[in-house]
Structure formats: C-alpha cells, structure tokens
Ligand binder design. Structure first.
Ligand code: HAM
Length: 448
C-alpha cells in the first residue's frame, strides 16, 4: 500500500542516533535563555557572529588539531564525497581560522572578535555531559597578541557564568610557551618517561610514541603516580613566554578573577601556544565531564593555514554542560504567551484570527484556539501556556462586535468593544504607548 512503511521499519520505530539528542520545546526554552545570555555577553564585549559550514575539508582538522590527537585519530565523522575527504566539524576554531584566512579579513581590520554558537560532532563514548552531537558557544580573537586580551576573555567567562547561575566555577591556567619551548619540553618529558615505560598504562605507553604531552592529562592512577615527578612546563619556557604568562596573571589579579595555575594542564588539541585555560564546574553535577570551557592561544594557526602571521586566542563552552551546571531555577520557563484567544461557535474562528493578528501586530504574543472544544478546556490550555489574559469570542461577540477579556490571575472578566480590545490588553500589560483613557466596560456576561 502506498505510504505504509516496509514491515521492518514498522516493527522497529526509528530512533535518534546514539549520542545525538532531541531538544524538545519544554527544554529548548532553557537553551534559548543561555544562548541569549551568551549573545548579550558577546555584544557587550564587541564580538560579532561568524557562521561557518558544518562540513569542512578533512585536512583542515588534521593539519590544525593534529594527527595524533584523540579527536582526529578516533572521533571524527569523516566521509568521501566525489573524491573529496570531508568531515563534520568536531570544533569551531579551525573553521573560523580557515574563514579568516580565506576572506583575507586581516586586510580590513587589525583585530577581529568573532563568536559562534552551534553543533559540533565527535564520535565519543556517550555519557552524561559527553555526546556525539553537542553544541558549543565559542569565540575567537584574531590580531591581539597581548596578555591583557587573555585575561579579559577569562574574566568575561567568569562573569557570564555567574550571570547564568554557575557560581562554583574554577579557572585553571597554564602556559605552553611557543613552538620551541614545547618541543624542548616534549623531549625532556620523553627522556623522563622512557625509563619508566613499564609503569605506565597501556594508553600512555602508546602516547609516549604519538603524543607524549597528553600523558600529563591521564586519569589513570598508575600514570598519575609516574608523572608526579615529571619535569615542569614552566622550566622549558622562553623569557618572552614567562613574561607573557606573568602579564596574564597580573591582569587577572587586577581584575580580582580567581584562578589556579595548573602546571600539568595540556588540553587535547595540538594547536595551542602560550596561554591555556579551562573552566571547570562542580564535579558532583557533571562527573568526569566537568570541563565547561576549554580555550587558549593558538598564535601559529593562521600562518599554518597560509595566512599572514596573526596571533589568536579563543574558547568554547559546551552548552549541554552549562545547562547541567546552571541553576535551573534561574533558567526555568516563564509565561509562553500574553494572551489566549478562545473561540466558541462557527463564526468565531475567522473573527479570532483577525483579532490575533492585530494583537501580534501590537506586540502581544498570543495563541488562538479554534479546536471547537469547550470553554473550560480552552481556559485550561490558556493557563497551561501561562497566558495572562483570555480573550473569549462567541456568536454574540461576533454579532455585536465585542470581546470578553478575562484576566486569568485576578479571575475578572469584562466585555470591551472589538475596536478597543487590543488597546485594552496593551494597557493592562503595561506596554509602552498604551492609551491611558479608561475603556468602556460592560458588566461581565457568562459564556456557556
Ligand atoms: P575542547 O576542549 O575540545 O576545545 O571543547 C570545548 C568544550 O566543548 C569542552 O570544555 C566541553 O564543554 C565541550 N565538549 C567537548 N566535547 C564534548 C562532547 N563530546 N560532548 C559535550 N560537550 C563537549 C575546543 O573545542 C576548542 N575549539 C576551544 C577553543 C576555541 N580553543 C581556542 N578557541
């Protein structure tokens, strides 16, 4: 029969891909609140939005994130289309930098402050706070090498967190230095670890060959024991790197922004230089995925992508993690609409549609109910969507050109003329520019 599903599909209803979640309307209002607060924070700090494609050429990520990183080696959704290797973006920095170079943005302004909000894809093992499709709110600054810029970014994030009800965040910072220092440190670390290879976990033994810095990040108790005495990054830094890091700390101190220097902080992507930071939330809420934000400087990426020498710094926050960590009371849903138009009888539906359009044009949000259900059922719906007023229209109102306006909180009802209905609701809602003159009220009339 046309339109009926094949038997296999009918028996196994289709579900979303593992690790990729639906956000239903009840939840999406919390998302919108956090995204809205983020966008306002960005505007206050002079960032503008960039939108880059969800799919990029695979070599973009291999070259910038690093071939041996977990993200590139194990977690990318890659495919070949018409002989072109493509990848669903696992993060936003590489695409933003690619766009910056491709459009020669450095020619039009010395400093670019960009932000983005959107989905990223990593084939990780799903668990609380870790998904295969997740959303990042991130920002990148191109063209400012100074430590003040790093401190301002960290302070902005702490302020944003407080604003969305995350008071217990912890900032950790470190400096990886520039390329030379990193290579020197890597050599010193390998020289220290090589004789102790048998004491390391299997994963770290592999990493000793491919990406030794990541061993510092290991959660394995065996590795933690071994790296306790490992050489410190700070000892490998150049004088310029030390001065830069001291500058970041001085600015954070001046701002009164609390932070901890975490000398073993390395992070999982290869592009970082100098300042590195993470902001963590409460572990009891987030478990192992307690990193809300990761960020840092990547002064070499623009040249790596064929652009001029332009320093850069950025961060990305996982929105799902922010939602878990933030105080739900502060982001709970409020009223959905100002008004609810209930209809009774055949003629009322069209009358109500015209009324609703006028209400909306006057800035009053509303829902119309033309389901032909009872007034009781419609008023129940009005309450459930949080409407302050129900505007009730039946055959009598249509015939005489009036509307029953019911204040649902005060349980007061009055009939007003159709021509005054919109102004009456605007005035009661206290909307600017509403006429001050009292409206003629007629005694409440019961509608069946
Ligand atoms: P990242 O540390 O890979 O850095 O990710 C940043 C944040 O995205 C994490 O702290 C976490 O909140 C969230 N996140 C990452 N993976 C997942 C996942 N599988 N599920 C849920 N949330 C996740 C970056 O992506 C860099 N691009 C940050 C950056 C921007 N550095 C410089 N500029």
């Amino acid at each position: 029969m046309p339109g009926s599903p094949p038997p296999a599909l009918a028996m196994n209803p289709l579900r979303a891909v593992k690790g990729m979640n639906d956000v239903l309307p009840d939840e999406s209002s919390r998302w919108q609140r956090i995204e809205g607060a983020f966008v306002r924070t960005m505007a206050l700090h002079s960032f503008r939005e960039v939108r880059t494609p969800f799919v990029e050429p695979t070599p973009l990520f291999v070259r910038t994130l690093g071939e041996a990183t977990d993200v590139v080696a194990k977690e990318m959704y890659s495919f070949v289309h018409h002989d072109e290797p493509l990848t669903l973006r696992p993060e936003g920095t590489a695409g933003a930098a690619r766009a910056y170079v491709q459009h020669s943005v450095h020619n039009s302004e010395p400093v670019s402050r960009w932000y983005y909000v959107g989905p990223m894809f990593r084939a990780e093992r799903p668990q609380r706070g870790r998904y295969r499709q997740f959303s990042q709110a991130g920002a990148e600054i191109f063209g400012d090498p100074g430590p003040a810029c790093d401190a301002e970014m960290i302070d902005m994030l702490v302020g944003f967190f407080r604003h969305i009800g995350i008071a217990d965040s912890r900032v950790e910072i470190n400096s990886l230095g520039t390329g030379g220092a990193r290579e020197r440190y890597k050599e010193a670390l390998v020289a220290y670890l090589a004789p102790k290879v048998d004491a390391l976990s299997e994963e770290s033994r592999r990493r000793l060959e491919t990406n030794p810095l990541r061993i510092l990040d290991s959660k394995s108790p065996r590795d933690i024991e071994v790296i306790r005495e490992a050489p410190m990054f700070q000892d490998a830094l150049d004088a310029d790197d030390v001065e830069h890091f001291d500058g970041v700390r001085r600015c954070l101190d001046a701002l009164g922004t609390p932070y901890t220097v975490q000398p073993r902080l390395v992070r999982g992507l290869d592009y970082y230089t100098r300042t590195l930071f993470e902001i963590k939330g409460a572990t009891d809420k987030l478990g192992a995925g307690d990193t809300l934000v990761g960020g840092g400087r990547y002064d070499g990426m623009i040249t790596e992508l064929g652009g001029p020498s332009v320093p850069a710094i950025g961060f990305a926050a996982g929105l799902e993690r922010l939602l878990i960590a933030s105080d739900s009371a502060q982001t709970a849903e409020g009223a959905r609409v100002d008004a609810f138009v209930a209809t009774l009888g055949e003629a009322a539906a069209a009358y109500a549609l015209v009324l609703a359009r006028e209400l909306r044009q006057a800035g009053i949000s509303c829902e119309v109910d033309a389901r032909k259900s009872s007034l009781k059922a419609q008023l129940r719906r009005a309450n459930s969507v949080g409407a302050r007023f129900a505007l009730i229209v039946g055959d009598v109102e249509v015939a005489e050109g009036s509307v029953q306006v019911k204040d649902l909180a005060a349980q007061l009802q009055e009939k007003v003329s159709r021509s005054h209905a919109v102004a009456a609701v605007r005035a009661q809602l206290g909307l600017e520019g509403a006429p001050k003159a009292p409206l003629e009220a007629v005694p409440p009339k019961e509608l069946s």
